[in-house]
Ligand binder design. Structure first.
Ligand code: FAD
Length: 415
């Protein structure tokens, strides 16, 4: 007779490990089946290896950072909020700190500390870990009973799909969770990248600027002919050989929808701290220092050297014109270029480079209080496999923690 567990968890990522820890703390038995040699592989690279573990805000604010279907998270966040996340990890001996934008990180700046603390908590509670890939679910009379792993079977009172989404497949989340969910009758919405670098039509110009990182610029994203941005933020962005990347660009990408129907442009304000008037005064001052200089040689104080030829070209002012010959209208054009360096969005890079998957298992088929499937009894789905995603700031991990917690509470003692 095969061993029986209260829960069989598919995937030892953020949601699976957290769920196992919570089950263990409640005295429920669990086995986690993970196909990677190492547990929490994606978790260990989150936040550039620092792990932005949550956002120091209330549940309402988390929901405001979930662009689609935020209500689904209402119950789970009410029961396990960012405050609870912080208390939990500090309780495990991982001190945390809050940075700009209320982003919470371990004081050590090491994502391994978060992953290792979770694994240790699981082991202390008696969680079993199995290295292997779940290939199918065992379902009898509309009720999940266990899973098949190449070569063996694991049986539990509950089966929990915590297999992640489709982004960064090298970390293990290759979409196999969707196949398993489908085998239980679930529907999966269109799988798209989110929080993803952007390819621009002006990719040749971006390639010219490749490697240039702008730290204090404002990025505004405009949809179609609107003059009101759908997203605007001050921060850091990066030019790449295909277009744009960096934190501001990843966040902006979450606001792109139906690219085949909508046109998007990104405007970068290189001098957000200066009004047009102040910028003109600044330009006049720089020009005044060396009135006989050629225009192309006069921007060294204003711009990083890599940007100068691009700005000169875009301003339409002849590169060899003496600065004391530049007209007021030409200065206006220069200021306009500096405050609205505009790129046209062509597409997003592929999902392999996306931080998060947009789309997943249809939420109307899941009970938001327990994360149990409405189609298959004793089957639960948590984390990124669900059709829910958020902006950057620690919100996506909070979704993993809160859905995992709701599930752990709901799973019944069967052993
Ligand atoms: C580069 C990067 C940085 C990020 N930084 C942040 C951040 O700082 N803050 C934040 O909030 N979010 C961040 N995210 C998002 C965050 O990592 C995810 O939201 C989170 O990992 C989702 O957790 P999950 O457990 O659902 O999926 P995952 O963490 O992907 O875990 C799924 C696990 O299931 C395993 N698995 C899949 N199929 C099977 C199978 N058939 N059998 C056995 N095992 C299987 C996989 O190997 C994997 O280990 C980042 C993502 C990336 C890619």
């Amino acid at each position: 007779m095969a061993k029986m567990y209260d829960a069989v968890i598919i995937g030892g990522g953020a949601a699976g490990l957290f769920c196992a820890a919570q089950l263990g703390l409640l005295g429920k038995t669990a086995v986690v089946i993970e196909k990677n040699e190492r547990l929490g592989r994606k978790l260990r690279i989150t936040g550039k290896g620092r792990c932005n573990v949550t956002n120091n805000c209330d549940a309402q604010t988390v929901m405001k950072n979930i662009p689609r279907n935020p209500r689904f998270m209402y119950s789970a966040l009410s029961r396990f909020s960012p405050e609870d996340t912080m208390a939990f990890f500090e309780g495990l001996g991982v001190p945390l700190k809050t940075e700009r934008g209320n982003r919470v990180f371990p004081v050590s700046d090491s994502a391994h500390d978060i992953a290792d603390a979770l694994v240790k908590c699981c082991l202390d509670c008696g969680t079993e870990f199995v290295s292997g890939e779940v290939v199918s679910l065992i379902i009898e009379n509309g009720c999940a009973k266990g899973v098949r792993v190449n070569g063996g079977e694991y049986h539990g009172g509950a089966v929990i799909i915590a297999a992640g989404g489709r982004s960064y497949p090298k970390t293990g989340s290759d979409g196999s969770g969707y196949k398993l969910a489908k085998s239980a009758g679930h529907h999966v919405t269109a799988i798209l990248p989110s929080l993803c670098p952007i390819v621009t039509e002006e990719h040749e110009e971006c390639a010219e600027l490749m490697g240039l990182s702008l730290k204090n610029s404002t990025l505004s994203l405009y949809e179609d002919d609107s003059t009101k941005p759908v997203y605007e933020e001050l921060g850091e962005l990066l030019f790449t050989h295909f277009g744009l990347s960096g934190p501001l660009v990843l966040s902006a990408s979450a606001h792109l929808r139906e690219l085949e129907k909508h046109a998007y442009r990104i405007a970068i304000d290189l001098k957000p701290a200066l009004s047009y008037e102040q910028l003109d005064t600044r330009i006049l001052r720089d020009f005044g220092d060396f009135p006989n200089r050629e225009f192309a040689n006069s921007l060294g104080k204003l711009l990083p050297s890599k940007l100068i030829s691009v700005i000169v070209r875009r301003s339409g002012i002849p590169a060899d014109k003496r600065v004391n010959q530049i007209t007021k209208e030409e200065r206006r054009r220069l200021a306009e270029t500096l405050k609205k360096l505009t790129y046209t969005v062509s597409r997003m890079r592929t999902i392999d480079e996306a931080i998060i998957t947009r789309g997943g298992v249809e939420l109307s088929e899941i009970d938001p209080k327990t994360m149990e499937s409405k189609l298959c009894k004793n089957l639960y789905l948590i984390g990124e496999v669900l059709d829910i995603d958020a902006y950057t700031g620690g919100f996506n991990l909070q979704i993993a923690w809160s859905t995992a917690y709701a599930c752990a509470q709901a799973v019944e003692y069967t052993v």
